[in-house]
Design a protein around this ligand. Structure first.
Ligand SMILES: *[C@@H]1O[C@H](CO)[C@@H](O)[C@H](O)[C@H]1NC(C)=O
Ligand SMILES: *[C@@H]1O[C@H](CO)[C@@H](O)[C@H](O)[C@H]1NC(C)=O
Ligand SMILES: *[C@@H]1O[C@H](CO)[C@@H](O)[C@H](O)[C@H]1NC(C)=O
Length: 433
């Protein structure tokens, strides 16, 4: 019975020693052995050296013990190698986890970055953007209606207005439904959003086209130059565009009638941007600064002041020769200067925008620099006009269309709620002052 008892104890003791080793305590290992009362109490390892003085029973016991120790040592080796395997697996697992985490965050980033071109971005962003587009369309429709209501009736048929209203309402409810859907099933919306977005975009585009068409609808002015462009709000989306571009020029004169009471600063009556130079020619009155002429992004301050809410005629001339300029208001030359972009030829092929300052050619407008008011007879020549020509235009005794940009209805497009309306400046101006 004893022989059986001892191995059990041995197993138990060496097992707990290993466990202690695994949890950090190193080196010492205790092996306990049960022995009969009165026997030699020296360590079992040493017993082999005393074989001579022991009984056969004891010897058998010792042999058993030695065998068992062998077995245990073997097991220990196995366990150690298993520990190695476990460690390796653990580190592999950790690496996998880390990879998975970084992949997860990278994917989240990609999602909001919209790397797929036009197709889905973050759903919330999509919805917000659609919401904004809806709002701006509604604002534009509102403007349009108000402006049409203020001019003589009949230009904006009721059916059309109702149709647009209905379509806006439809779009709005579509949008709301979509928002609800998105809230519900955010996980599988990737493809669906793409299709839906496309559908909504199509509808919005056709609506946009219709509105622009209405804004540009031919009013059949008395003669092609008898109209004005109104830019009633300070926004970054109301503007007019001259369909013609400019040739290369070594001098120019630009004249216009304008009316504004905006403050501080009337904004940007016009800007001409070319690829590589958004500020090729800009007329701007921004914040509390005086009116400025920019040529090739160089600045001259002009002694002009027009923001009293009345019509004023202004002309600016410039020549590349010494960068000499003149500024006229209501037919009078109020200032001259030189060294404004001297010897710079005005670059051809750009875009003339009425009412906005361009940060890139034809776009990226800034609401704070928008012109608020009305413009008419925006004409441009590729030469410096004589003072007598300018005063004759200003006192309405003569009208000369620009030789590079004439003010004609077919040449001027309006966008975003800007409108064209009939105006015979030389008649209407009289009632104004
Ligand atoms: C239309 O007229 C009303 C009142 O006459 C005026 O308050 C409103 O500002 C005008 N709207 C536009 C866009 O000119
Ligand atoms: C998403 O669209 C692509 C191409 O239209 C298709 O191959 C794919 O199966 C779609 N995935 C899901 C989850 O519907
Ligand atoms: C208008 O200006 C022109 C050119 O300066 C001048 O000859 C003419 O007398 C002016 N007419 C009036 C009515 O002031």
């Amino acid at each position: 019975m004893r022989a059986l008892f001892v191995p059990l104890l041995l197993l138990y003791a060496s097992g707990s020693g290993r466990a202690a080793g695994a949890s950090g305590a190193k080196g010492t290992r205790f092996v306990c052995t049960a022995v009969p009362a009165g026997t030699d109490l020296s360590c079992p390892v040493d017993t082999s050296s005393r074989v001579q003085s022991t009984s056969p029973q004891e010897e058998e016991l010792r042999n058993t013990i030695i065998q068992l120790r062998e077995t245990i040592l073997q097991q220990k080796e196995t366990i150690v190698s298993q520990q190695g395997t476990i460690k390796e697996l653990n580190s592999k697992l950790a690496r996998c986890e880390a990879d998975a985490r970084s992949r997860g965050s990278a994917r989240r980033k990609d999602y909001s970055k919209n790397t797929m071109g036009d197709l889905p971005r973050d759903p919330t962003e999509t919805v917000q953007q659609l919401g904004k587009t809806m709002q701006s369309l509604k604002d534009r429709l509102g403007n349009l209606e108000q402006l049409r209501a203020n001019t003589s009736g009949g230009m904006f048929p009721n059916e059309l207005r109702d149709l647009l209203k209905r379509r806006l309402t439809d779009l709005e409810s579509q949008l709301l439904t979509r928002v609800a859907e998105l809230e519900e099933e955010k996980s599988q919306l990737y493809n669906e959003t793409a299709t839906h977005r496309q559908r909504t975009d199509n509808t919005l585009n056709s609506l946009l086209e219709r509105i622009t068409e209405l804004e540009n609808s031919n009013n059949a002015f008395k003669s092609p130059e008898d109209f004005k462009v109104s830019l009633p709000l300070r926004t970054n989306y109301l503007y007019g565009r001259i369909k013609k571009s400019l040739p290369e020029m070594y001098a120019f004169t630009v004249c216009m009638w304008l009316k504004s009471s905006a403050s501080p600063g009337i904004g940007t009556p016009f800007s001409y941007g070319v690829p590589g130079q958004a500020n090729e020619i800009v007329l701007i009155e921004w914040g509390n600064s005086p009116m400025e002429l920019l040529v090739n992004d160089k600045v001259a301050q002009l002694p002009l002041s027009v923001s009293d809410g009345r019509w004023h005629h202004i002309c600016i001339t410039w020549t590349t020769r010494d960068g000499f300029w003149e500024a006229y208001q209501d037919g009078e030359r109020l200032g001259t200067g030189e060294n404004l972009a001297p010897w710079h030829p005005i670059k051809p092929g750009g875009v003339i925008i009425l009412g906005q300052e361009q940060d890139i050619v034809g776009g990226r407008f800034d609401a704070t620099q928008a012109f608020v008011g009305e413009l008419s007879h925006f004409n441009m020549w590729d030469r410096v006009l004589r003072p007598i020509d300018i005063s004759a235009m200003a006192n309405c005794s003569a009208y000369m269309p620009g030789n590079v940009v004439p003010w004609v209805d077919a040449n001027v497009e309006v966008f975003g709620g800007a409108t064209k309306a009939a105006l015979e400046i030389c008649e209407d101006r009289l009632f104004d002052s």
